[in-house]
Ligand binder design. Structure first.
Ligand code: ZN
Length: 418
């Protein structure tokens, strides 16, 4: 383990590595690990290497050799779609399919770095506040790491979401009350009870998301895309990805950083609202309402930092409606990728940005597909999905009709008497 420290993303106050703060004592904004300036990829047979072993030089706070991998996170496919590139009229459209992680979402990348940090600090208990992807991820990794795990969820959460968390055997607690206060409250309770809460934007979780950028660079042979579009809720994911590109550039591995595009659902878009009005701070969204529940955070803890990051990066924020999200979910499925509604916002953003001429024909774009569509099957009710029903004896006739073969007289006769 090498030396490292943390810096406030807003006022630059420095914190020593022993700090247990996630936020700045002065301005209450998120802390960040100091940028790595000269890392290198650990080249070895990738089949025998864990994610963190490959990029260990970018993780000065981890004793990676000792830790290894818990569950095979990362190394997800970057899928190029010629068909959808043509359809949307841009040069190259890629999908970084994060549904291929152990618990089917990008969260696993941040959960492993968070859990390893918790262990290093001597914690035996971890926790998180979440209603979906992060809860499942922390429950699974907590169990793998043999740590006592506390998952706090909002009262009223659907069984469909609750049971996939419960299967890993955490202390799963439904909390009745103001959910937006639960984030701060969990940090306080965590301090008091020695539980390391790996919430959405804690610095050591954000660090894990850098690997999405690292992999994109390697998968594109270091030809950096023009844009990376990230469904954005709390803000940890897009912050981590941008930092990953920054650290590869510092290290001379790439020569530019893509423009980052944060996409939010129109029914809950606090970062977009502030961006549009050129404000430095986000305001709480009063009544969030979108089908993209995984990015429905009315007051994202890293919202202000995402605004500062985008200003420096030259990126933008866009919103997409539920109708656009549903259409994009179907479109993405047409190339075999089934993302949850929140994941489809990135493709919905492509359509919007092409139509308003922000994205142009020579551009290369990576859409981050944050999590699997199987996580939220209730959303499928929004689609008109066809199922043909038939009796076994009529099956061939139905299929012949589909493939365009004219049925024989004999079959016609059978149907007639059916
Ligand atoms: Zn500060």
């Amino acid at each position: 383990m090498r030396d490292f420290h943390l810096i406030c993303t807003n006022c630059n106050k420095t914190y020593e590595k022993e700090t247990r703060n996630f936020k700045c004592e002065v301005c209450n904004e998120p802390l960040e690990l100091k940028e790595v300036k000269n890392g290198a990829i650990t080249q070895r047979n990738i089949l025998g290497q864990s994610l963190l072993e490959r990029y260990k030089e970018f993780y000065p706070f981890l004793d990676v050799e000792k830790a290894g991998s818990l569950g095979g996170e990362g190394f997800t496919p970057l899928v190029f779609s010629e068909e959808l590139s043509k359809y949307y009229g841009i040069s190259q459209l890629y999908f970084k399919n994060e549904s291929q992680n152990p618990t089917w979402s990008f969260k696993d990348r941040g959960t492993i770095t968070g859990i390893l940090r918790a262990k290093d600090l001597g914690y035996t208990k971890v926790g998180t506040v979440s209603t979906g992807n992060m809860a499942t991820s922390v429950a699974a990794y907590g169990s793998m790491a043999n740590m006592e795990t506390y998952i706090l969820v909002k009262d009223g959460i659907a069984d469909e979401k609750l049971k996939p968390i419960a299967i890993y055997g955490p202390n799963l607690i439904k909390v009745d009350g103001d959910y937006s206060k639960l984030y701060e409250e969990s940090l306080r309770i965590g301090n008091e009870n020695e539980i390391y809460f790996i919430n959405s934007d804690v610095p050591f979780r954000v660090e894990g998301y850098k690997t999405i950028a690292f992999e994109i660079c390697e998968q594109l042979n270091f030809n950096i895309p023009d844009y990376v579009i990230v469904p954005t809720s709390a803000g940890g994911d897009i912050r981590g990805i941008e930092k990953g590109f920054r650290e590869f550039k510092n290290s001379g591995l790439i020569d530019k950083i893509p423009k980052m595009i944060a996409v939010q659902a129109a029914g809950c878009s606090p970062i977009y609202n502030a961006f549009k009005e050129n404000k430095e701070n986000i305001d709480r969204v009063k009544e969030p309402n979108t089908i993209a529940h995984a990015i429905e955070n009315p007051f994202p803890p890293s919202g202000n930092q995402v605004l500062r990051m985008l200003k420096r990066n030259g990126g933008i924020v866009v919103t997409v409606s539920d109708e656009e999200i549903i259409k994009a979910q179907k479109k993405m499925a047409s190339i075999g990728i089934f993302g949850q509604p929140a994941s489809a916002t990135s493709l919905a953003a492509v359509k919007k940005l092409v139509s308003n001429n922000y994205l142009k024909e020579n551009d290369s774009v990576v859409c981050i597909v944050t999590a699997s569509g199987l996580k939220y099957t209730a959303a499928l009710e929004e689609h008109k999905l066809d199922v043909i029903e038939t009796k076994l004896e009529n099956l061939n006739k139905i299929i012949q009709k589909k493939v365009g073969i004219k049925p024989t007289f004999f079959y016609e006769l059978l149907f007639f008497f059916d």
